[in-house]
Design a protein around this ligand. Sequence first.
Ligand code: BYC
Length: 334
Amino acid sequence: MTTTDSAPSATGGAEQELQERFDSSIAKDRRIEPRDWMPDGYRKTLVRQIAQHAHSEIIGMQPEGVWITRAPSLRRKAILFAKVQDEAGHGLYLYSAAETLGAERTELTERLITGRQKYSSIFNYPTPTFADVGVIGWFVDGAAICNQVPLCRSSYGPYARAMVRICKEESFHQRQGYELLMTMMRGTEAQREMVQDAVNRWWWPSLMMFGPPDGDSPNSAASMAWKIKRHTNDELRSRFVDMTVPQAERLGVTLPDPELRWNPERGRHDFGTPDWSELQRVIKGDGPCNAERMACRRTAHEDGAWVREAATAHAAKQAARGPRGPHTEEGTAA
Ligand code: BYC
């Protein structure tokens, strides 16, 4: 597929030229920037993916956030606080990247809370024990690294640049999760069982996080042709498995897949098939925690209305005052 095949065909000489310039930039691995012409389909695909990504970061604060007040030590509380706060920051960079495409954050949030836009399936699973915090760091942030490091080379400049910082932070997130689990595994039998139980519950949902299998991924072909996505869902899922198996051995836990084994011919692991009907159910809103996550997000949005009103009123007041120099007669900023 060429980039032109997947985009609406440009009409007229001028537009044809713009389309050709865009195609040539993509072919030469040049970044597309907000000021550049881009096909409608490219813009829409980016807004869809970046918005879903931003929503995932914000909703993704919930499963671990509930453990902040119950963390078992001050050190764990400080680490968890920093991590959850980072996720908020990721959401904000991503909403800013979407704004460069003309998609207002207010509108995107509205689409999320009215169920017209998605967020990652993975955040619809419960976190009943503190081991879940460790496993989210290890699996979910580990999966995020596999998926997002290639996005640092995504063709759209603002998205790719946001990813660089996000990936650095995800790397800290993954390590804190693994270190937490290592500590629990050196603890009591009950703690080891808690870790294994969390591993059993999160393994398959983590594999599903990469999206449907390639044959059922309607967006992949265009996204890959546009170099928004650099690898298919199955390729990234497989990389994640290869990366995680030796870590599981070192930790002393069993990954809950009887079909998981090294395939020397392929030089990769073979593994079982996730329950794709479960992924579809969760995406459609029928996962274990979808209703709870959305209710919490809506409440946060309503509770934050006064902050948005105050910020808007403040901005209007500043604008009405007109441009000011840095100093007043008294020599201080007003
Ligand atoms: N969950 O054609 P496909 C984090 C949808 S947060 C829900 O393969 P695409 C973190 C898909 O949207 C990071 N929906 O789509 C935060 C599409 O529906 P629409 C989350 C899913 O876009 C806090 C349809 O299924 N990561 O790291 O080519 C704490 C068909 O799929 C899912 C990102 O957002 C899913 N799992 O590929 C800890 C990464 N999978 O839109 C950690 C950026 C698929 O056509 N996103 N769908 O109605 C991507 O890389 C891609 O969008 C995906 C899907 C690989 C997820």
